[in-house]
Design a protein around this ligand. Structure first.
Ligand code: GLA
Length: 363
């Protein structure tokens, strides 16, 4: 090799090393960037947490990828108010402290629901059903105590969960709340929450909110509340979806209908089941497959890409929260078919980003 060739060879080597170095540096940088950072110009991205999520590798993933949390169970009435004269604050407090320490937002979930309620709630000491006056007073005490405790630390509350009936004929669900109080408890819950923290954003939260018949019933309820000047600021669309639904049309129609009421929209419990939606618990069938097959994975990627593209288009979508961190633990492994594995989230069982992740950050 003559001198000139040697010089050229050295130069080429320097250029190659430099570009390889830059590439791996930029790859590392991209890996450092979490989902919430990709979406910083759109909306906060949250995740439902339990106590385990707040330490170890799940906590590391949470802090890298998300900037908002929702307690999965710790603030539900059964957990936080197990006896009439006793509140169990420990877990809920830990979550709120964790959020404060790491500058995460907190969505409170939830103040009034017909499930996961404590035994004492609807009965008096003799075991008889309480009157409407007693139940409304209990609701007021509960909401006031919980909301005041976290005033200024919880920016949004799911005040009412799942009030609309599932069958096409049923408007308000025939729950003990409704049987004892009639519709009145709905407006009251919002009023109590607003009085306890006038700054907090108050949401109505439900599932199957994109299915046209249920959507129209929810709209009817929200419109009624707004017309009565009840303090309500948004609707929470749970988004317990699947690779089969919602369709683009149903999702857009729902967003646009709720938006016409001037409400904020939060997607509060997002996951993308690989099975069609079912409500009733049942046993796993013999031979029922529970693998994330390549075909289902493809469908899931497309479904995630589709809904996030839609989310980015509407300015009044102000939060998106996933229901659990990764496929390592999801409530869908227990419900509706206990023991049937599901893979509904963006991170796999080893907490690695799934292919759908790459699709939703392509914009
Ligand atoms: C509903 C509730 C949530 C949670 C899920 C299942 O969507 O709103 O709190 O219980 O069911 O995990």
């Amino acid at each position: 090799m003559n001198k000139l060739m040697w010089k050229r060879f050295q130069l080429a080597l320097v250029i190659i090393c430099f570009s390889v170095g830059c590439k791996s540096l930029s790859q590392n940088k991209a890996d450092d960037k979490g989902l919430a950072a990709y979406y910083k110009n759109y909306f906060p991205i949250g995740v439902a947490v339990n106590i385990k999520t707040l330490s170890g590798d799940e906590s590391q993933l949470l802090l890298k990828e998300f900037n908002s949390i929702t307690p999965e169970n710790a603030m539900k009435m059964e957990s936080i108010h197990p006896r009439e004269d006793f509140y169990f604050w420990r877990d809920a407090d830990s979550m709120v402290n964790y959020a404060q320490n790491h500058h995460l937002k907190v969505r409170g979930h939830n103040l009034c629901w017909h499930e996961q309620v404590p035994n004492w709630l609807f009965k008096d000491q003799k075991g008889n059903e309480v009157t409407k006056e007693v139940l409304l007073q209990r609701l007021k005490d509960h909401i006031t105590t919980v909301v005041q405790r976290y005033k200024g630390k919880i920016y949004a509350w799911d005040v009412l969960n799942e009030v609309i009936g599932d069958t096409d004929e049923e408007f308000i669900r025939n729950s003990p709340w409704y049987k004892i109080c009639g519709e009145e408890y709905i407006a009251k819950a919002f009023e109590y929450a607003h009085a306890a923290d006038p700054e907090a954003l108050l949401f109505y939260n439900d599932y199957n909110t994109e299915r046209p018949i249920k959507r129209d019933k929810i709209y009817r309820l929200l419109k009624k509340l707004i017309d009565q000047k009840i303090p309500i600021h948004g609707i929470g669309l749970q988004a317990h979806w699947s690779v089969f639904e919602p369709s683009e049309k149903d999702l857009r129609d729902a967003i646009e209908l709720y938006s016409s009421l001037g409400l904020q929209i939060h997607f509060t419990e997002l996951d993308m089941s690989i099975y069609p939606w079912e409500k009733n618990k049942r046993q796993k069938l013999a031979g029922e497959n529970d693998q994330l097959t390549p075909a289902l994975e493809r469908k899931q990627i497309e479904q995630y890409a589709k809904v996030f593209k839609i989310f980015r288009e509407y300015k009044n979508i102000t939060s998106v929260t996933f229901w659990n961190v990764s496929d390592r633990y999801t409530w869908l492994d227990y419900y509706p078919v206990p023991g049937r594995k599901n893979y509904p989230l963006l991170f796999d069982q080893n907490l690695q980003r799934k292919k759908a992740y790459a699709e939703i950050i392509k914009f």
